[in-house]
Design a protein around this ligand. Structure first.
Ligand SMILES: [Zn+2]
Length: 527
């Protein structure tokens, strides 16, 4: 029986990883992302995979975001040597992003080990090394959109444009079972509509099972449209320059940086920005921008029109300087006014952006402009939430600069977009799995899908296993069918004592679900 196991991206937005097991014994892994966020969740990056890496036949990747690709080098390290199939652009992006991610892991462990050494604690090993990352790239196979790729007699697949970042895809997989062909579709991250550079998400004709993201399952983006977004960008820059300051923009290296550069270019073409000093100060973002330019023929219509009119790639901007070396980066600090500084990381918790914040946050005439999501606990979020003082590199810095944000760059579908996208599927799925979302977001979306389209919708938990039959039913749920009241009581007592020992620690999903099922079953027996 065909099965799916949710090895990540379940009840959370990070660590996307889904294992599909076919009737005839093939194992396909869709995405293998890094867990990010709380310490407890990040711990999962260090443990063993919940499957044998060398038993996987093919790995498929939806797009080049670290929470979807970040554990690929670990998969290699643990013995996987099969093909990693994705779009051509995702392959190119991974070749830059994965070694960069490995370098960050190595640096982080080195720093922790210096502490551990002093404290006499055992030394840690990085999740993977730069060499693992470089080696795994050799397994990548880059494919075009819309072509049917036959893996063997039982399994075929197709990548279509998800419109999320350049190269992102929805993956449709056809699997021959004992008596019929079933189709399972993974949306990866679904894009936002009318965004710079990327196309809108492709419409899905039909599917039997759908695994769909739900990052914004409970909300609609209250965002500027294109005209308002560019207008606001123009106003922020102009007023900052008039005050004699700099505009510092923290930006994610993939897609967000390039979206912003394109918008700046539009303003330059209109004569609205005359700065001599626009800097892209992030070696990673520079490398990614170069890959984007190489693939400009995959940009959306509007970006290609712009290209035809100007005769250049929309990201080739007059006065935009790529600062690669540390010296070039430091030299930016001498400029007191009229500079636009785009730097990473996007949430200000690492990288060169911290230096630029240190030199501009305390200045009343500068502006810090946020164009991306700032997670709880990051320096970016603290500044955006209005902190008067922040600590950067151990130094206290007063926040005097103007703090601004533009919401119109989101690269995810919101609630309305997701519902619309499902509505457009001609042959509706018999079962939908909501992944890549916090439980609250997914739950609200689940209710709406069930109400609007009468499609059974399930929010899988971490490591849940599901059999994909005509009427799919969970298989790893606790089997209560033959339990007596006495047995239930015993189990419950056992669980309660376990929970007491756990104390203040957050309990794992498995423990939570076990408890939840037990309580429900007990309630049923009692009423
Ligand atoms: Zn993504």
């Amino acid at each position: 029986m065909m099965k799916i196991i949710f090895c990540g991206g379940a009840e959370t937005v990070t660590g996307s990883c889904y294992l599909l097991k076919t009737d005839s014994g093939e194992n396909l892994l869709v995405d293998c992302g890094l867990f990010q966020g709380s310490k407890a969740i990040k711990e999962r990056n260090y443990g063993d995979f919940p499957f044998e890496p060398n038993e996987i036949d093919w790995v498929l990747l939806t797009h080049a975001h670290i929470d979807h690709i970040g554990r690929i080098p670990k998969l290699y390290k643990k013995g996987y040597r099969g093909p990693i199939i994705t779009t051509k652009i995702t392959k190119e992006l991974c070749a830059v992003l994965l070694p960069d991610s490995a370098y960050i892991q190595e640096m982080e462990v080195e720093r922790k080990n210096r502490k551990n050494l002093r404290a006499g604690k055992p030394l840690l090993e990085p999740i993977y090394t730069v060499s693992d990352a470089e080696e795994c790239i050799k397994l990548f196979e880059g494919k075009g959109y819309d072509e049917i790729i036959k893996l063997n007699d039982n399994v075929s697949l197709r990548f279509t444009d998800a419109g999320h970042i350049l190269g992102s895809s929805i993956i449709e997989i056809w699997i021959k079972g004992t008596d019929e062909v079933k189709k399972v579709t993974f949306t990866g991250d679904l894009g936002n509509y009318d965004k710079p550079i990327v196309n809108d998400p492709e419409i899905l004709e039909g599917t039997d099972f759908l695994v769909i993201e739900s990052t914004y399952g409970s909300r609609n983006h209250d965002e500027e449209d294109e005209a308002a977004r560019i207008e606001k960008l123009s106003e922020v820059i102009e007023s900052t320059f008039n005050r004699g300051g700099n505009v510092v923009i923290p930006a994610f290296a993939v897609e967000r940086t390039q979206d912003l550069i394109f918008d700046l270019n539009k303003l330059i073409q209109q004569g609205k920005i005359k700065s001599e000093n626009i800097f892209l100060d992030s070696p990673l973002a520079i490398a990614i921008t170069e890959i984007f330019c190489k693939n400009a023929d995959s940009f959306d219509e509007a970006a290609q029109d712009f290209s035809r009119e100007t005769g250049k790639c929309p990201l080739e901007v007059q006065n935009l300087r790529f600062t690669r070396t540390a010296e070039e980066s430091k030299a930016i600090n001498n400029i007191k006014s009229g500079a636009i500084i785009i730097s990473a990381s996007g949430m200000c918790d690492a990288g060169r952006i911290k230096h630029h914040l240190k030199h501009n946050l305390w200045r009343r005439n500068s502006t810090i402009l946020f164009i991306g999501y700032q997670a709880q606990g990051t320096l970016g979020r603290t500044i955006l939430d209005g902190a008067r003082k922040v600590k950067i590199h151990g130094e206290e810095v007063t926040v005097n600069a103007r703090i601004e944000s533009i919401k119109g760059y989101s690269s995810h579908s919101d609630q309305g977009d997701i519902l619309n996208w499902i509505n457009n599927i001609t042959r509706k799925p018999e079962l939908i799995f909501l992944v890549h979302g916090e439980v609250e977001e997914s739950s609200i979306l689940k209710t709406l899908i069930e109400e609007n389209y009468q499609i059974e919708t399930h929010i899988p938990y971490y490591l849940e296993e599901y059999t994909l039959t005509k009427r799919a039913r969970p298989v790893s749920h606790y089997d209560f069918s033959r339990k007596t009241a006495a047995e239930l009581q015993e189990e419950l007592e056992d669980l309660l004592s376990q929970l007491q020992q756990v104390g203040e620690r957050l309990i794992l999903e498995e423990e939570y679900h076990k408890a939840d099922e037990l309580f429900k079953e007990l309630k049923k027996k009692l009423t």
